[in-house]
Design a protein around this ligand. Structure first.
Ligand SMILES: [Zn+2]
Length: 312
């Protein structure tokens, strides 16, 4: 009897299940994840290159999809090779990709987030990850997001954020200072708690979700997510995203835990069966060695035998 036999599935360790799951490409990954930006360990999927935030975006889109319904216009701000395919799966009638400047990424329009070329209420889903910390006048950008969202529209936002602090910002800081204070040469701030008050002042109502809050600790480890990295689900004020989107998050961690427990239990059972199979094969080989030599007699000997038998 193995260690795993004595445990309830929920108590089994993730170590009993060596593969990890990439929610962006849907692969069960056996290899190690690669380092991410800044050498952060265990960040990039060896199959599709997704980072933690892309894998959590995949989870969020899966959860939000039923309530988002048919999406007419989707606006992807600062697209990436990891986010575009995930968003394309939503099947929006129009999928627009926009950025401030042209580089090697595919964009449909060059636009400044502080002056979007879209009419009011035009966008059903807007995804803006790691952009606002680059924009000197972020309050105008937030007001633009609120303006272009349709009444039932949703924006998914992510920024570098330190809870319990006040936003540290200086658009005039030198490059060295930006790297030291904001973590990157082209960042103009590091957001603190007032990120949320800024969004609300711009006319957005918010739900903040984190991988750990939504999925639980073990699921974060299994999917290689950063447990505390939040995403803000924003809607034009007057609608409450959680209720309107039907995102019943309270029960999710226990559902995931049960699912994961089952997987780990299956894995432990598989290991036990494999051990039994190895034992049976070894026994088979041992018995084979004890059998008499089954090789057929040479042809000459058989002929001689036939002749002898025919003799009266
Ligand atoms: Zn992947």
């Amino acid at each position: 009897m193995t260690h795993a036999d004595n445990l309830h599935p929920a108590e089994l360790s993730l170590d009993d299940y060596p593969r990890r799951y990439c929610s962006a490409c849907g692969r069960l990954v056996k290899k190690d994840f690669r380092p991410g930006p800044g050498g952060r360990p265990d960040a990039a999927c060896p199959g599709c290159g997704s980072l933690e935030r892309h894998r959590f975006l995949a989870v969020l889109l899966g959860l939000l999809r039923p309530s988002l319904g048919d999406i007419d216009v989707l606006l992807e701000v600062a697209p990436s090779r990891q986010t575009t395919p995930l968003l394309a799966e939503l099947g929006a009638r129009v999928h627009l990709r926009t950025d401030l400047g042209a580089d090697n990424r595919l964009v449909d329009a060059l636009a400044d987030l502080t002056g979007l070329p879209h009419r009011d209420d035009a966008i059903d889903l807007l995804v803006c990850y790691h952009v606002l910390e680059h924009v000197p006048d972020d309050r105008s950008a937030m007001a633009e997001i609120a303006r272009v969202l349709s009444p039932g529209g949703v924006a998914l936002l992510q920024v570098p954020w330190r809870p319990g602090t006040v936003t540290d910002e200086d658009p005039d800081a030198t490059v060295e200072e930006r790297v030291a204070r904001f973590g990157q040469a082209d960042h103009v701030r590091y957001y603190g708690d007032d990120f949320e008050t800024r969004l609300m002042s711009a006319g957005l109502s918010l739900t903040r979700v984190t991988p750990e809050g939504l999925l639980g600790e073990r699921m974060c480890a299994w999917m290689k997510l950063r447990p505390d990295e939040p995403v803000w689900i924003a809607s034009p004020s007057g609608t409450t995203p959680t209720r309107d989107l039907g995102l019943d998050t309270a029960r999710l961690p226990s559902i995931w835990e049960a699912m994961l427990g089952q997987m780990v239990a299956h894995r432990a059972r598989e290991d036990r069966l494999r051990t039994r199979l190895r034992r049976i094969r070894a026994e088979r080989d041992r018995l084979r060695r004890r059998l008499p030599d089954p090789r057929p007699r040479p042809r000459r000997a058989r002929r001689l035998l036939r002749r002898l038998r025919r003799r009266p």
